[in-house]
Each structure stands twice: as C-alpha cells, then as structure tokens.
Design a protein around this ligand. Structure first.
Ligand code: SF4
Ligand code: FES
Length: 381
C-alpha cells in the first residue's frame, strides 16, 4: 500500500483548496538510447540511476494517473522503442482512455513494429531529426541514422499517424532552417517543431558550442515566417527562440506541478524531467507513494507550485501569472538558487550574466563538444 508523502492537505503550497489534476503523464520509459546527441535533455548523470520500472509498475502508474484525471500520455526516454513492452503499455493506455504519443528518434520503428503499435492503438508520433543534411544529422547524434529516420517518417505516414517532426536548433544547423522545412514538407509532417536548444542537461555542457548569434536567429526567424506565409496550414511551423535571447522567461512546464507529471525510468516522480538535478527536493517514488498523493501532497510537487514560494522581483510582479517566474532548473544552474527569478528575465538581478554569456560564447567555441554517452555520464557522477 502506498504511503503518504507528508501530512499537508491537498493544495498546500498551491494557494487554493484543491490541486487540479495533471493533463499530461510523461512516461520516460528508459534513459537508454542508441543516439549520443550533444543537446540531449536527459539528466547528465542518468547512467547512475536505479533499475527501470517493470511493465506491471508502469501499468499501475498509468491506471492511477488516469484515475486522477490525466488525459494525454507521452512515451519518451531515452528511446522508448528499446522497451520490448511498449506495445503492451500502449494497448493498456488506450484501454484506459489516454491519448497516446510516442516521442522517438525512430531507431527501432521497423514496419512490423509500427504495425503492432498501430494495432495497440498508438495515436500520434513525434520523430526527431538533427538536421536536413546527413553529415550534420549523423555528426550531432554520433550515429548513422539520417536515412533510417527518412524511412521511419515514411513508415509513420503509411500508418496514418499524425506526425510531428522535431529538430533542435543551434548555431550549427540554424542556417539550414529552410532546408529543414522543405524536408518536413517532403515527408508530409503535419507539424514541425523548430525548438532552439535550451541550456540544461547535455546542452548545458555544450552551451558555448551551441549558442547561436543574434544575426543567425533573426535570419532563421525570417525564413520560417516566409515559409509560414507560403504553406499556410499544410504544415504548422513552431519556432521557439532560445530563452537566453529573450527579456522574459518562458512559462516553463506551464507552471510547476500544474500540467505535467513526469515519471523517470527508475520510478521517481518529477514535476520537470530535470528535477533530479535540483537540490532540496525529496522526489517521491511510485513504488512507495500513490500517484494522487504524489501529485497533491508531495514536497517536491508543492515546492514551486503556485506563487507562495516566489521572492522579489517575481512576488510583486504583475507578469507572474504568465510565466510563473520562469524555469527553476535554469535559475538553479545560473544562480545556484532554484527559487531565484529566472535570470532570463530582465528584472532579475542576475540578468547581466545571460547578456554576458550570449556576448562571449563565440570566444569559447574551441571547447570540444561533449557527446552524450554512458561513460561520460558515469564519470559525472
Ligand atoms: Fe516573470 Fe518574475 Fe520576471 Fe516578473 S520578475 S516577468 S514574474 S520572471
Ligand atoms: Fe526544469 Fe524548467 S526545465 S523547471
């Protein structure tokens, strides 16, 4: 029987009588991955985490999350296709009434596997690319996967799935943004997510190498806009500007403990997939606590929920309902204090640090890129 995480009433730390349920359950099925991307968002110390949850434990998590009210389920990783039980989990999730989404590098999505996942009821696929050229795609992932990804994109369309292509942008591939859009159109993607790298996880280690120039961003945004005008709704283009180039932070996670319930491969429940790296959080394990209890009462999910935790300048800022003070992980990485105002915000006393990082990155480009690897992850910790 799952125990209680603390004795505060539901809603404690949220400033209201009840905590609305999560919308999304993010099932990070495994940190294992055949790729070695330099901007991977998995924690850098993933290799020293505990054993993966079993099929039965995942099914139990899904049942509880659905009973709590979660409606959408993302299967991600690492590479979720490395789990042999993915079909079984998808079937169970559909039976529970979740809308299911597979977030994949494509490695392992053979036509036979795609058929089985279709039969199991998978609703939607998000496929990642690293670039529109074989050279850069294969270099940045440290694998020969470019052709395979093209084939997988065709397989996805043959199975009538709506397809999101996702390409993380940075200074190496920003000049290719037009070609990336052409590739997405050729592959018949319904949606192309052009998400500039955000600097945490492995991208934090490679920040100086990945950071674009303002000029590159301006040009890429203009290219995206001109394509938008030409293609209308044929393929929706989302261009996410990197935080460091903004004056206000993003509403990270749409607010802590508000929409997303992430479960890590080893069963730790997290309000953000990077929360493992934040100090002072007791992350609850799904084997020890029920999902409703975790969501409503746990210290970790209440730590930055709502506004009670905020300090100045956020506490009295009239924009706090819009961005919730920005990203806790970014605040911690840049200031050492997870409760600080995100330094991306021009009102933060630490904002000058961001301005200086953007200005001086080109001078530090000689630092070698760090590819995600088990060996490097183990060395970190
Ligand atoms: Fe957002 Fe805080 Fe900046 Fe206000 S001070 S805009 S709430 S980050
Ligand atoms: Fe963790 Fe933003 S990435 S709160």
């Amino acid at each position: 029987m799952a125990g209680s995480t603390d004795n505060r009433p539901p809603g404690a730390g949220h400033g209201g009588p009840a905590v609305p349920p999560p919308l999304w359950l993010l099932a990070e099925l495994t940190y294992r991955c055949p790729l070695h991307c330099v901007f991977c968002y998995n924690p850098t110390r993933y290799a020293s985490t505990g054993a993966e949850l079993s099929t039965a434990q995942w099914v139990d998590v899904m049942r509880q999350a659905r009973a709590l009210g979660a409606a959408q389920l993302g299967f991600s990783g690492g590479e979720p296709l490395l789990r042999d039980d993915l079909e079984e989990l998808v079937r169970e999730a559909r039976g529970l009434g979740f809308y299911t989404n597979l977030i994949t590098s494509g490695v392992g999505l053979s036509p036979a596997r795609a058929r089985r996942l279709k039969d199991a009821g998978l609703d939607h696929v998000q496929l990642s690319f690293q670039d529109s050229t074989r050279e850069l795609n294969d270099f940045l992932s440290h694998t020969r996967t470019f052709e395979l990804k093209q084939q997988v994109a065709r397989t996805i369309k043959e199975h009538d799935w709506p397809m999101v292509l996702n390409c993380v942008l940075h200074r190496h591939n920003l000049p290719h943004v037009g070609a990336i859009i052409e590739m997405a159109l050729a592959l018949q993607a319904e949606y192309l997510e052009l998400a500039n790298a955000q600097y945490y996880g492995w991208a934090w280690l490679n920040r100086d190498q990945l950071m674009p120039t303002r000029e590159q961003l301006r040009e890429a945004e203009a290219v995206v806009q001109s394509w938008r005008e030409r293609i209308g709704s044929r393929c929706r283009l989302l261009f996410v500007v990197p935080d460091y180039f903004e004056e206000r932070p993003k509403a990270c996670m749409n607010g802590w403990g508000s929409v997303f319930l992430s479960i890590a491969p080893d069963g730790l429940a997290m309000p953000c997939h990077n929360a493992r790296d934040l100090p002072g959080l007791s992350l609850p394990h799904v084997g020890e606590h029920g999902i409703a209890d975790i969501w409503q009462r746990s210290q970790a999910f209440n730590a930055y929920r709502g506004e009670d935790w905020m300090r100045e300048p956020c506490r009295s800022c009239d924009e706090r309902h819009k961005d919730f003070g920005g990203c806790r992980c970014q605040a911690f990485l840049l200031t050492g204090d997870a409760a600080a105002t995100d330094p991306v915000c021009a009102k933060s006393p630490a904002h000058g640090q961001i301005v200086e990082l953007v200005r001086s990155a080109p001078a530090r480009r000689h630092i070698p890129l760090v590819f995600r690897s088990d060996a490097h992850s183990r060395a970190l910790g």
